[in-house]
Design a binder for this molecule. Structure first.
Ligand code: AHR
Length: 500
């Protein structure tokens, strides 16, 4: 195979927004307890947060972290999680059939965010709760003082307000599994009224309305249309969630998952813009792709406990990722970047243990899954503007998405440093692809670094004992001849090529 990429620095699509590299911490399984929080761990700080996990969170390059759910938030009473830890109630968490001990709440979480150097993205419960509870939480977090909840925050040790900017108006309210699941009309009204009232407290906040929890939902499209028709003026972003997995050994379709993400984003943009036209609105609603990843959703470990068993922090959704999964994750990031004009935030779901790039042993080791690498490298190197890229690639037939390009790529250009970054995926399961990038409109460039993640066995999976024998490696085939970059991309591979 061979493919050609043509770019021009004049054709910029939008900035590389740091918020594209967000993640997600939910009270689910071992994400919080024995994930970020493990008081018995040798590296634990005064709050019980593992410093080694914080270190890897920084290395991952995560910007915003969504919290506290997910499905969990739709039954959560945030005030259970404040004040002396010993006095906090235990509650049933209906979403994951677990017991929530409330050892970590909003104040601990905000301290963790500060330590990890990430921006919080706070979700309010619009499942079992409504406008007032959202207002109380906002008052607790963002009002300087002199009122009941703001003074409670100060009494709990946070003199200064948290001034959280990014807020999710509930979670996946279109999903029949959601506690307090709603019709689009019901949710749209509630989201609009919650948003309107929240802005009376703090006009500076940015609000995300729930979009669809998957492109395959029966209500997809209608949901966005109705919700945005109700709440257009009150919200800034609409969410999208998508999970992908290799089904029945169909690797070819799985490797093309980003095609589905592309269509998902473009469908939501079209719907939001249709509501804009019909309502004669000025502003545009952009997308917060605030849950995305590979998730083997049907595996037994994704099924919550049942009956009288309501454990604290059970092992749930602890997927182990192989090389192909990492290639897909890298490709999903390419899709998000390619839509930088309209996708203004995104969150890899999730951060630790639960469908996560970072894994922990209780009291023990921390290690990186394969998906850690494409995320960390993209977050570190993508910079400046995303360029429109004309991709001329051979195609491959997929059962799920029809004919798709074998080669997928995105390019970022930093006008200040002159740095160019090419992120590329070879979706072929058997053939290398020779990629050529026409650099003639970019002046003199040299390859600074070319790294490729691949392995003859794409099912190689990282474990606690061996998480390093397959890592992104220098790709020695990268060369520049007559203003053209050439590189050979092995089958089932993800690469980053940096030029300056
Ligand atoms: O990330 C796991 C779960 O997936 C979240 O709790 C929910 O929002 C989604 O269905």
């Amino acid at each position: 195979h061979s493919a050609v990429l043509t770019i021009d620095p004049a054709f910029a699509l939008g900035p590389v927004r740091p918020r594209l590299f967000g993640s997600f911490v939910e009270h689910l399984g071992r994400c919080v307890y024995s994930g970020i929080h493990d008081p018995g761990h040798p590296t634990a700080d005064a709050d019980g947060f593992r410093e080694d996990v914080i270190e890897l969170t920084r290395e991952l390059g995560v910007s915003t972290v969504r919290y506290p759910g997910g499905n969990f938030v739709s039954g959560y009473r945030w005030e259970d999680g404040i004040g002396p830890v010993a006095d906090r109630p235990r509650r049933l968490d209906l979403a994951w059939h677990s017991t929530e001990p409330n050892w970590v709440g909003v104040d601990e979480y905000m301290r963790w965010c500060r330590k990890a150097g990430v921006e919080p993205m706070m979700a309010v419960n619009l499942g079992t709760r409504g406008v007032q509870d959202a207002l109380d939480l906002l008052e607790y977090c963002n009002v300087p003082g002199g009122t009941h909840f703001s003074d409670l925050r100060r009494a709990n040790g946070a003199e200064e307000p948290y001034r959280i900017r990014l807020w999710c108006l509930g979670n996946e309210m279109d999903g029949p599994w959601q506690t307090g699941h709603k019709t689009p009309q019901e949710y749209g009204r509630l989201a609009a009224e919650t948003a309107r009232a929240m802005r009376m407290i703090d006009p500076g906040i940015e609000l995300v309305a729930c979009g669809s929890s998957g492109r395959g939902m029966a209500t997809f499209g209608t949901w966005e249309n109705v919700v945005l028709t109700e709440a257009y003026d009150q919200v800034d972003l609409v969410s999208a969630h998508a999970y992908y997995w290799e089904e029945d050994g169909d690797l070819t379709s799985f490797l093309a998952s980003a095609v589905d993400m592309d269509r998902f984003i473009e469908d939501v943009v079209a719907t939001a813009d249709a509501v804009r036209a019909a309502g004669k609105h000025e502003k545009r609603i952009n997308i917060s792709f605030d849950e995305w990843n590979v998730w083997y959703i049907h595996r037994a470990e994704s099924q919550p406990p049942s009956g009288d068993d309501w454990p604290i922090a059970p092992v749930l959704l602890e997927d182990r990722y192989n090389v192909a999964d990492a290639v897909v994750v890298g490709n999903l990031l390419i899709s998000l970047l390619r839509h930088a004009d309209r996708v203004h935030a995104a969150s890899l779901a999730q951060l630790v243990n639960v469908i996560a790039p970072i894994m922990t042993e209780p009291g023990g080791r921390v290690w990186k899954q394969t998906i850690f690498h494409p995320f960390a490298l993209t977050a570190r190197h993508a910079a400046g503007q995303v360029l429109r890229a004309a991709i001329d690639s051979p195609t491959v037939e997929t059962a799920k998405y029809g004919e798709v390009p074998v080669l997928d790529a995105v390019v970022t250009h930093d006008a200040e440093t002159g740095g160019l970054v090419v992120l590329a995926v070879n979706r072929s399961t058997s053939e290398p692809t020779a990629l050529e990038v026409d650099l003639s409109r970019l002046g003199d460039l040299a390859v600074t670094e070319a790294l490729t993640l691949a392995n003859p066995d794409h099912t190689w999976t990282a474990t606690a004992d061996d998480s390093t024998s397959v890592l992104p490696e220098a790709n020695a085939t990268a060369t520049i001849t007559d203003g053209r970059l050439g590189i050979e991309l092995p089958p089932v591979s993800w690469s980053v090529i940096r030029l300056a």
